[in-house]
Ligand binder design. Sequence first.
Ligand code: PMP
Length: 359
Amino acid sequence: MTDRLQQALARIRPDVRAAHAYVVQPSTGVVKLDIMENPFRLPPELQRALGERLGAVAINRYPAERTAELAAALKAHAGVPAHCGITLGNGSDELISLLTLAIAQPGATVLSPLPSFVIYEMCAGQQRLNFVGVPLRADDFELDEAAMLAAIEQHQPALVYLSYPNNPTGNLWDAAVIERIVAAAPGLVVLDEAYQPFASRDSLDLMARHPHVLVMRTMSKFGLAGVRIGYLLGAREVVDQIEKLRPPFNVSVLNAEAALFALDHAEVYAAQAAVLRAERERVFAALQALPGVRPWPSQGNMILARVADAGATFAALKARGVLIKNVSAAHPLLANCLRITIGTPDENTRLLAELPLCL
Ligand code: PMP
């Protein structure tokens, strides 16, 4: 390394230099059940129609009008009232980053139950904020109400995240407990509903009752993970603050057009989600019947399961061409836990055939 390069690198924050970039596992040629994608493509005739629509987009212009139309269409899709605020992100990952930036001042705290979505803590770290993780109950991964309320009282968090359903545990926490946590929280509370297409409940009523509650959703699990559209719903006064931090053209006009196309064909995606929910129940029952595997019930498109040796099972499955995620190292409560994304019926059948050979 040249001196000049070393000198320049030394100006980058030491904590950034010490950090690791988010790693996506290589997945060419394997059954990909690792990161909660919708495994279904659009039918060929809709793929062609999408291609035509994208071909007609004026990509010489910065996006603005189509993204505004997408924002309106997403509000209608979610069924929120016209006065509700909305802001769009390049995936909900970007919204988490913007929310963190909005509250980033010395001493501010971000709080979330753990284990949960790792990006909450990562973004708090990037802004050098305090992150308080409150362990879930060990056996059923329910919220520990007393611990959550005590942590809120002690740390007065500016931002609380509740992943609903939770990643990676897949469950929906008790609504009455959430209501009491929301009532006690002095700052913003974000209900992260990334897995809403697979869940039996949502938080729109909660949001209507509490102006400091925001609901964050994404089109990723709907079937557009590659398109990168997340959205944040909530009181206009709050959303307006996030809007000030949003890079003006963060959502590409092609992404907006693809998302509008998908909303025009929402029934296709709803049918895919229905298949995935039914498959989730089939996979759950099969896992439950396997000696040495303990799955937890899920309301997402993934199932968390404990095995005797998660590292060995993960590696053996991978060698047999099935890629899942070994989440054991993410939190002590996840010791020997694997997270299995629900795939197509054929992919799930393959998983269920291979798994007993890998335990
Ligand atoms: N929230 C949760 C709980 C997630 O699990 C994920 C992705 N796995 C996201 C948000 C981010 O989704 P995206 O950036 O694709 O919208």
